[in-house]
Design a binder for this molecule. Structure first.
Ligand code: SF4
Length: 106
């Protein structure tokens, strides 16, 4: 067995293989600029400036949607969570810093 680091997102209500549910930590976060984010750790000016994962696309600002579901089910959010689950190399270092853990892998 070897130990590897994986992100166990606190913004998702289940573990890696969906066998256990867990309480959501800080999901979601509302910013003063009118955007929703998966957590408060992403509410960080440099990420907003680079529009990380397109989460700050203007179409996602709450002034431009009719319901929160439009944001939660947007292509940008789906892509963000798809990468967190399946392609963690693309995750931001903030996610690695706050939500990673060592797991044993055969
Ligand atoms: S740091 Fe990343 S993985 Fe952790 S809760 Fe926030 S968005 Fe989710």
């Amino acid at each position: 067995m070897t130990k590897i680091k994986k992100i166990n997102p606190k913004c998702m209500p289940h573990n890696f293989d969906f066998t256990k549910s867990k309480e959501l930590g800080n999901f979601p976060n509302f910013t003063s600029a009118g955007f929703m984010l998966p957590c408060c750790w992403l509410d960080h000016t440099p990420l907003k400036k680079e529009n990380f994962a397109n989460l700050w696309d203007e179409e996602l600002n709450i002034k431009n949607v009719d319901s929160i579901q439009e944001v939660l089910y947007s292509k940008q959010w789906k892509e963000f969570f798809k990468n967190l689950m399946n392609d963690q190399e693309k995750a931001h270092h903030i996610c690695w810093k706050n939500c990673s853990m060592e797991v044993e892998e055969e």
